[in-house]
Design a protein around this ligand. Sequence first.
Ligand SMILES: Cc1cc2nc3c(=O)[nH]c(=O)nc-3n(C[C@H](O)[C@H](O)[C@H](O)COP(=O)(O)OP(=O)(O)OC[C@H]3O[C@@H](n4cnc5c(N)ncnc54)[C@H](O)[C@@H]3O)c2cc1C
Length: 436
Amino acid sequence: MLYEPEGLDPARWPDSYWRASHSGVTCPPLAGRAKADVAIIGAGYAGLNAALELVEQHGARVIVVDAAQPGWGASGRNGGFCCKGGARIEGPAIGRRLGAGVAEEWAAFQRAAIERVRDNLDRYAIDAQATEPGELRLASTPREWRAMQREGGAVMDPRALREAGFDTAVYHGGILGGPEEGFGLHPYAYVTGLAGAALDAGVTIHGDSPVTRLDPAPGGWVLRTAGGELHAPRVLIATNGYSDERLPRWLSRRILPAISNIMVTRPLTGDEIQAQGWTRQVMAYDERLMLHYFRLLPDNRFLFGARGGLSFRPASVAAFARRSRAEFDMIFPAFRNAETEYEWNGLVCLTASLAPYIGPVPGAAGLWLALGWHGNGVAAASEGGRVAARAVMGAPDAPPALTRRPPPRFALPRKPALAAGMALAGLVDGRLRPRP
Ligand SMILES: Cc1cc2nc3c(=O)[nH]c(=O)nc-3n(C[C@H](O)[C@H](O)[C@H](O)COP(=O)(O)OP(=O)(O)OC[C@H]3O[C@@H](n4cnc5c(N)ncnc54)[C@H](O)[C@@H]3O)c2cc1C
């Protein structure tokens, strides 16, 4: 394990605003011997969407097991940006390396992924507080702003941003994307709604059941937990940043879990919101490599997220939180008296192929993986779970070609490489400064 147990213990829920503002579902542990057509490890967006697809479209008997409860992983603690993403490689680079068809297919997948979440909310009547659609990209340096202007499109200078309700003391300009870019949601309400829909559809979910062994058995696989064993011819592993890399051993060093951090303020007053001039709930993020992502929540709290940090040790987490708060105060000076009421973190999952992997474990018939959403899994893991289910049921080409390439092992020791990468990104980004 790359990280300290404090951040990985399924008995500890994060101190998240989401968990404080929505009740979850509690599922009993696996006890004794059980059998399924498909066993799924992980009750996040990927595992639960796969379960729904398997039961609704294939009539399969599905059992999902989670080390904690549905939504304990990143799916219950993220920023709630239902947006494009999922890979660290952009369309033009995909086109150059793998062909224009692969790039187009990946772009179509990302659009479908946002529609998938919209459809899930509608179909299962999940009230996840979906916000005004669209997404604002912001330039934190003059260099980023010049690059944005070269892109063309609906660029907004600081004055246009102010007039549109997006005033800050830092950003040099931005581009506001339309509804096709997605929308904000309450991530824990969404994952809890998916778990409820899966239970209603006949899926069995077991919580508090860490799978400790995964062994071949006659006719398939056996998953072992402290209290039971689950037999299935097919297994889908959807454990993303929280994966145990021994399950299966093939996964070892093929993923790189990385920390993302969020703080949420107390509800802002109307005067504070007007004084700052940030009045919209549209999702926003900046162009930095170590990016900030933020949005005004429906109850006027402000959510501010930042990627970074290398440890779950309390002192490191506190130091990162202090730095993040200082940046928040610099960007939004009128909110500086709004106390932080919640702060937490969690793990996202990177791969050396820079893309998710949705495919079989080589040499292990019936064993499948769906993970590596690169910090953008609200939409991608939802659709990814669906296409993974189709692959498991006999359509191995259902996932996009970009995601069917097994990720290689990371060549370098991952923690030092991540630390070096972050230091380099910090140099490229430069210090965040108020706009002159
Ligand atoms: C702080 C933070 C902010 C983020 N913000 C955004 C955002 O705004 N927009 C966006 O698109 N994405 C965001 N992400 C990423 C997104 O949340 C994830 O990509 C997505 O939730 C992954 O879903 P998943 O189902 O693959 O995995 P997870 O939701 O992480 O679920 C994995 C599950 O596997 C279980 N598990 C692991 N090992 C075992 C085992 N051995 N036995 C049984 N169960 C096991 C865990 O308990 C966990 O519940 C963020 C992530 C973090 C951490």
